[in-house]
Structures are given as structure tokens and as C-alpha cells.
Design a protein around this ligand. Sequence first.
Ligand code: ATP
Length: 144
Amino acid sequence: MADVPPLPTTLTLEIVTPDRALVTEHVDEVQVPAAEGYLGILPGHTPLLASLQVGELTYRAGGRTSHLHVAFGFVEVLPDRVTVLAQTAERAEDIDVQRAEAARARASERVTGRGADIDVERARVALLKSLVRLQVAARARTRA
Ligand code: ATP
């Protein structure tokens, strides 16, 4: 009988945006906001490719849990590797809360606005991004 290779025990997580590489780390578990909902990934996961939504990406390495805001792009899962290609991404501790708060106020005014030249869908996406950024930033402060 052919030898079955052992299942990997960790994952290499890479998170990149068009501007920069944000994370290259060995991790135990990753949770990503995929198009069909949040996807939990452990070492040995079945290979898959999924599109990313706006949401919170969480990963655990040892006893430490990290949170990022990510928006759009793709995630590729292999048994020993997770690669996230995000349109935008920020670590919780790098989020500018005042900026996100200003974006939230602007976007919520547009979402409820009645102006003919308002792109409501674009405003909804901006609102969602700002809300997720505020939520993720709050985790950095509470270390949740
Ligand atoms: P804003 O209206 O404040 O520009 P946005 O949602 O339009 O926000 P994006 O187009 O998603 O911004 O991102 C543009 C760049 O700014 C990206 O590099 C992104 O990581 C960064 N960025 C956006 N908002 C914040 C924030 N609150 N804190 C830190 N970086 C941010």
C-alpha cells in the first residue's frame, strides 16, 4: 500500500494587497469572510478558491489571535497554505479610527440621501467597510 503523507499541522498564511505584503506567518487557524459566508480553515483543509467579501479576517498563531479588515479579492486554500489577495486590508492596530468614523458618517448620509446623483450601492459598500473597520479596530483595543 502506498504511504499516505502526514497531514500538515500548521498553515502558512500570506496576506497581500496590491501595495504591500501584510502577513507571512505560520498559523494554526484562519477565518476569512468568503462570498458564501465565513470560512474556517485548519491545516489539511481541502484545496479551494473563493472570493473575498468585506469583513473581518481572524487568525490564531500559538496563543495569539489577530484581526484584520479585508475587502474584496480572493483566497486560495491548500492543505498547508492560505493565500489572501485582498483589494484592501489593514491590521486592527493600523486602522485609523477617526478616518473610519468620518467614512461611516459620510456613507450613512449618502445611503439615506435622496440626491439623484448618489450611487447608493457604492455608499452601502463604503458604509459596510467603515463599520467593519470600526469593529476590527475595537478588537485591537480590547484584545478580544
Ligand atoms: P476612505 O473613504 O477613508 O478613503 P475607503 O474605504 O474609500 O476609505 P479604501 O479605498 O478601502 O478606502 O482604501 C484606500 C487605502 O486606504 C487602502 O490602502 C486602505 O488600507 C487604507 N485605509 C482606508 N481606510 C483606512 C482606515 N480607516 N485606517 C487605515 N487605513 C485605511
